[in-house]
Every structure is written in C-alpha cells, then in structure tokens.
Design a protein around this ligand. Structure first.
Ligand code: PGA
Length: 251
C-alpha cells in the first residue's frame, strides 16, 4: 500500500504570529513544483490563526501541538478540538515527549487526547519514544509496545492516525538514530499495528523524529517503514524545512 510521505514541522514554543506567518510565506515561496509530500506545520496555539491565514489555499496544512479531550469546561489553560477546528487546524500532535517529560502527560491522557481528536475528525500524530536510560537498559521494545498500544486503546480506525517515533535522546540533541536503528523500531511499530488492525497497518504513516535534518533525511526516508519526519529545530528555518520537503518528495 503506497503511503504518502508526511513532512511535519513542530515549532514548539517558537515564533510570534508575525514570525510564523513570515516563515510560512518563505516556505510557500520556495516550494518545489511537481509532486509534493503532505506538508504540515504545528505552531503554538496563539499563533495558529496567523499561520492558517498565511497558509490558506496552499499545500501547507496547519496542526496544533496538543489538544484537550473534554468538549469544554473548567480546564484552565487547555484548548478543545472544536476550538482547533474553528481555527482551521487539520492535524494535532499528541503525547510529544516534552509533554510527557515536563507536563505530566501519561499513556492514559495521551489515549484520551487521541480519541477525542479522532472523534472530532482531526489527523492525530501520536508520539512515542524511549529515553536514553530505557534504551541502555534494553527496554526500548517494551516501552514502544506499551506506548503504542495504550495510545490506540479503543481506537477502531487508523484512517486518521499517524505515529511518530521520536527517541527522546535524539530530540534537539543533534544525535540522530541511525537509519537502521530507526527502521528497527518502525518495523516493530508496524507489527504492533498489524496485530491490532490487520492489513490496515500498511496504510499508517510512521514518522521519524529527533534531529532530522537535510543531511540525514534522505537516508532515513529511504527505509521501508519510515514514512516521513516530525521535525523540530530544522523546521524553524525555511531553507532547511524546504530541503526536508524536497527529500520527502524524492523519497
Ligand atoms: P528536533 O525535534 O528535530 O529538534 O530534534 C523533534 C521533535 O521534538 O519533534
């Protein structure tokens, strides 16, 4: 089953509205002609309207970096699926390791967010990945198995599900998993999806994230189960992000 490559930028807590809109403008001005991968940028909540405006009618779609599971109510500081849809958001990251590490995100809350976002019709990019200590203790496979199964508990269709494998030790550190190391985990994730969803597993995109940049993207994207990238640092500069889009187009 052919899977369309997805190149997603995770802007994290970077760029004001004006800066974000300018970055999208630069990306649009530099997009190659011809076949493109699916392209998504995920800016901070407050700047989403400006980024959606800048991307309107283009090949660039806009995602959020998180979402709450309740429809509305007393959840100070949170944002609902309806608010995201209303703002023109089509995709959402869930369970990024920074949410898990710094903001108390658990496998249970990840699962609640995934289910709410899918029910609202958003494409969910569910993030999983082991820490350095877990990898060194030989626990990578067990951690990935638990995170993937729990994130998808109660999810019946994978139509709008994307998984991002992001080894925590590779995020923002300049250390990338080698293509073989990444492929090994991606193949494991594919096998879990096959166990859960049968042949539909072949249609699910599995992104790699963690210091992906123009220099290492072609080799990573050449692997059979690496279907795109979730990119932090290199998504903040138009030339780098465009080079990653190009790598996605050529993969
Ligand atoms: P990085 O971040 O590309 O800066 O390592 C990736 C991510 O956290 O999604």
């Amino acid at each position: 089953m052919a899977r369309r490559i997805l190149i997603a930028g995770n802007w994290k807590m970077n760029k004001t509205s004006r800066e974000g809109a300018a970055l999208v403008g630069e990306i649009l001005a530099g997009l190659p002609s011809g076949n493109l991968p699916e392209i998504v940028v995920c800016p901070p909540y407050l700047t989403i309207p400006a980024v959606v405006d800048a991307a309107r009618g283009s090949a660039v779609e806009v995602g959020a970096e998180n979402v709450h599971w309740a429809e509305s109510g007393a959840f100070t500081g949170e944002v609902s699926t309806a608010m995201l849809l209303d703002a023109g958001v089509t995709h959402v990251l869930v369970g990024h390791s920074e949410r898990r590490q710094y903001f108390g995100e658990t496998d249970e809350t990840v699962n609640s967010r995934v289910k709410a976002a899918l029910a609202a019709g958003l494409v969910v990019i569910a993030c999983v990945g082991e820490t350095l200590a877990e990898r060194e203790a030989g626990e990578t496979a067990a951690v990935i198995d638990r995170q993937v199964r729990k994130a998808l508990e109660g999810v019946e269709s994978t139509e709008k599900v994307v998984i991002a494998y992001e080894p925590v030790w590779a995020i923002g550190t300049g250390k990338t998993a080698t293509p073989d190391m990444a492929q090994e985990v991606h193949a494991q994730i594919r096998a879990i999806l096959r166990d859960l969803y049968g042949d539909a597993a072949d249609g699910v995109r599995i992104l790699y994230g963690g210091s992906m940049k123009p220099a290492n993207a072609p080799e990573l994207l050449a692997k059979p189960d690496i279907d795109g990238g979730l990119i932090g640092g290199a998504s903040l500069k138009a030339p780098d992000f465009l080079a990653l889009v190009k790598a996605g187009a050529e993969a």
